[in-house]
Design a protein around this ligand. Structure first.
Ligand code: LLP
Length: 421
């Protein structure tokens, strides 16, 4: 079964919705990121429908893929945003996300950022430490505007995912240890410029089963009960993001299953559930098209050298992540195994290792699949490579929603001091 059913072969040419990837690659050049708007919307609506029986808000984790058009598409469908910097707040607001649907996460918010967020009237800031709470209080007092906060609790639950993307274990830097959270709430209660509105946990990313979420919710609700006894009443319970998708044939986490596992626990409670999905909404919607430059074929090993590199898609090199690679035009060439590598001068610059594939010809286009989350948003200009364009597809139409950078973009803001002139 093709897990990315938005991407389909028609007469051996790969299409996204009604547009051939070949057409996009020829017109924009490569590498290029392409996103299916329909897929992003259908993932959002699936999530939204699954929780329709409970008050809820879906705040898209902007870091997954932060192009303004993607944010706008989601905002138009009712999504909020989960942001971790003022840059992300700027993007979300520019795309029309309502401030009352924005939650501000992250362990290291600066006082400047806190001030901007308070002035913007975001729904809440997720507090990650006592010192951060004090900083928020100080800024709120200076501005004479109360700050709405929730406390991010570290529930010490294993998310059973890659160690780089697990966040809810006691040894991770995130959140307040479960056993200490109640004290921090009591401390916050005494702060005149702090408005306590919620509780949050985010246990990791690429989670494929509902059990860790269930355990987390059980623990959070026990805490909510204790807080109520202390006279602290919350409005929002934020379960974070983390829903896993299909990269290598895994079954993605179905939000309907998540809702079946969580909603019974919410019965009789008047809390609004918040989720912060990133990957679930955009990963499978996106691909990156790259062109084959050269082949190096030896007795012991084959390499396919393409024009995209680790600076364009960091996940394989960084996490050893698997992304399927499909030919943009299918042909009947023989199959072999090869490492698919980019032009950057590092051994870690690869898109795939020992990958079974149809032997490509120089000039062929390949599509790196499931690259719509943490793809472009983690790209860099390493090796002074310009960042690639992004394209949004809707039905039979497509738009360049971010232009390819020019070499002038590479040196923007740089100056040669007088003494060197
Ligand atoms: N909320 C918070 C507080 C987060 O830290 C994250 C992701 C999310 C929501 C969204 O998680 P998602 O639904 O996308 O799993 N670069 C890595 C993933 C890092 C995730 C960081 N935090 C990767 O490429 O796999």
């Amino acid at each position: 079964m093709n897990p990315y059913n938005t991407y389909r072969y028609k007469k051996n040419k790969l299409f996204v919705e009604g547009v051939s990837l070949d057409e996009i690659a020829v017109k924009t050049g490569t590498p290029v990121y392409v996103y299916s708007g329909e897929k992003i919307m259908s993932q959002y609506r699936r999530f939204d429908r699954s929780f329709c029986k409970c008050p809820h808000l879906i705040c898209y984790a902007v870091k997954a893929s932060s192009n303004l058009s993607i944010l706008r598409l989601l905002a138009k469908n009712g999504a909020g945003a989960d942001i971790v910097s003022i840059g992300e707040l700027f993007r979300a607001r520019r795309a029309g996300v309502l401030p009352e649907r924005i939650v501000f996460s992250g362990v290291g918010k600066t006082e400047d950022e806190i001030g901007v967020a308070i002035k913007a009237n975001v729904l809440m800031m997720n507090v990650e430490s006592r010192e951060e709470l004090e900083a928020i209080h100080k800024v709120a007092q200076l501005l004479r505007r109360p700050a709405a906060v929730s406390i991010r609790v570290n529930p010490d639950v294993s998310a059973d995912t890659h160690h780089h993307i697990t966040t809810g274990k006691a040894e991770n830097k995130f959140g307040i240890p479960y056993g200490e959270a109640e004290d921090l709430y009591r401390y916050a209660l005494k702060m005149p410029w702090i408005r306590i509105v919620g509780i949050q946990a985010h246990i990791g990313s690429q989670i494929l089963n509902v059990r860790p979420y269930q355990k987390t919710l059980e623990k959070l609700l026990k805490l909510v009960d204790r807080l109520e006894k202390a006279g602290i009443f919350l409005q929002f319970l934020d379960m974070g993001g983390g829903l896993g998708v299909s990269y290598d044939g895994e079954k993605s986490l179905d939000p309907a299953d998540l809702s079946k596992a969580l909603l019974p626990l919410m019965k009789g409670r008047r809390l609004c559930l918040i989720f912060e999905p990133g990957r679930f909404l955009t990963a499978e919607a996106g691909c990156m098209i790259t062109k084959v430059l050269y082949r190096k074929e030896y007795k012991h090993k084959n390499f396919v050298i393409v024009d995209a590199a680790m600076n364009d898609l960091a996940r394989p090199g960084l996490y050893d992540a698997y992304h399927p690679i499909w030919p943009v035009r299918r042909n009947s060439s023989s199959r072999y195994k090869a490492d698919v590598v980019g032009p950057v001068c590092e051994t870690g610059d690869y898109l795939a290792k020992a990958r079974g594939m149809a032997r490509p010809q120089p000039g062929d286009y390949l599509s790196v699949m499931a690259a719509g989350a943490y793809g472009f948003s983690m790209s860099s200009q390493y090796n002074s490579r310009t960042r690639v364009p992004e394209v949004l597809v809707m039905g039979k139409k497509w738009w360049v929603v971010r232009e390819r950078e020019s070499v002038n973009d590479l040196i923007r803001g740089e100056k040669i001091p007088e003494f060197l002139k």
